[in-house]
Design a protein around this ligand. Structure first.
Ligand code: NAG
Ligand code: NAG
Length: 296
């Protein structure tokens, strides 16, 4: 899989997603006034370097921490006693009404359909596509993308679902629209629809899925999956990184020393919601108090 970042998403990446890198969210000093959402496992996370490439030829998400513990399955699988024979993945994204974004989504959509041509792997991994579309872009989706409300359980047929992105979310982030691509993960509709998946792959609309994903998710790749993995690309400088570490301290978060995370996450459904929540909370703080023309 190759995540091609447009200028817009690289920008979004550098501002929003550093946030996640910046904070070690499972270490929180409860005396501080800022809320914290513990991540369920004391998991090492996996950060890939530069542009993320998942393909049959390239190793899936190079681990950076060589000594980190390798865990094959996400916590949701480990907790249930039987090993599931089928892995359920939801690729989730929001789609703005911009024509270029809709065009990019079509490429993602075709790459998602392409995944279904790889039996037997495509029978072992069922990949759904869930898109939260800002109106009127919902009308421009492929007609095969059915309303999310039709989804009852995870099943064996890969399906594309859509849900209208709440206008309130769009309004809330009118000063920083990129955050709508994360905040949709906090809606009741999103949370209810994704709770039963084994994995969530959060992407931007300009991502392309490669069949290499199926190899990784069936554990057939030599590099095993961590409980969480993130895309990464170098951005920001030492000044900003130091500043972020200091802000983390000020807010009562323990900084884990990880920078340069991007907007593609492969995590379990519960962690996806926690990370999205934390990102929007800290993102709002950044916008109001730390960065921007209005901040002295
Ligand atoms: C945060 O880091 C400090 C210093 O390393 C450590 O003493 C503290 O226990 C950490 N907090 C939590 C909640 O883990
Ligand atoms: C997000 O975090 C806040 C503050 O901790 C919490 O009250 C809220 O329930 C969380 N929302 C979700 C969707 O998890």
């Amino acid at each position: 899989m190759i995540f091609l970042h447009s200028k817009r998403s690289v920008y979004a990446c550098s501002i929003i997603l550093t946030i996640i890198v910046v904070y070690n969210f499972w270490n929180y000093n409860p005396k501080q006034k800022y809320p914290f959402h513990p991540i369920s496992t004391e998991s090492p996370i996996q950060i890939s370097t530069d542009v993320v490439i998942l393909s049959t030829a390239a190793p899936i998400l190079q681990p950076k921490q060589k000594n980190a513990k390798v865990i094959v399955t996400p916590s949701t699988i480990t907790e249930s006693n039987q090993t599931p024979t089928v892995v359920h993945l939801a690729v989730v994204l929001s789609l703005s009404k911009q024509a270029s974004h809709i065009a990019e989504f079509y490429l993602l959509y075709e790459s998602w359909r392409f995944l279904q041509n790889f039996p037997p792997l495509s029978q072992q991994v069922v990949v759904d596509l869930i898109v939260f579309c800002e109106q009127p872009s919902c009308h421009q989706l492929p007609s095969a993308c059915i309303p999310l409300s039709y989804k009852k359980t995870v099943d064996m047929i890969a399906t594309c679902f859509h849900e209208i992105l709440d206008e309130e979310i769009v309004q809330k982030w009118n000063d920083y629209l990129y955050m709508t691509s994360i905040e949709f993960m906090l809606t009741k509709e999103y949370r209810e629809a994704t709770v039963d998946y084994d994995w969530i792959l959060r992407v931007d609309q300009d991502a392309i899925l490669s069949p290499g994903l199926l190899i990784g998710l069936t554990g057939k790749h030599p590099i095993k999956l961590y409980p969480m993995q993130f895309g990464g690309i170098g951005h920001g400088n030492e000044f900003t990184k130091n500043r972020l570490r200091n802000i983390a301290k000020k807010l009562g978060y323990n900084h884990s020393g990880i920078h340069d995370l991007c907007s593609a996450w492969l995590v379990n459904p519960k962690d996806a919601v926690k990370i999205a929540n934390l990102t929007t909370i800290i993102g709002r703080h950044f916008l109001k108090n730390e960065f921007g023309a209005h901040v002295p």
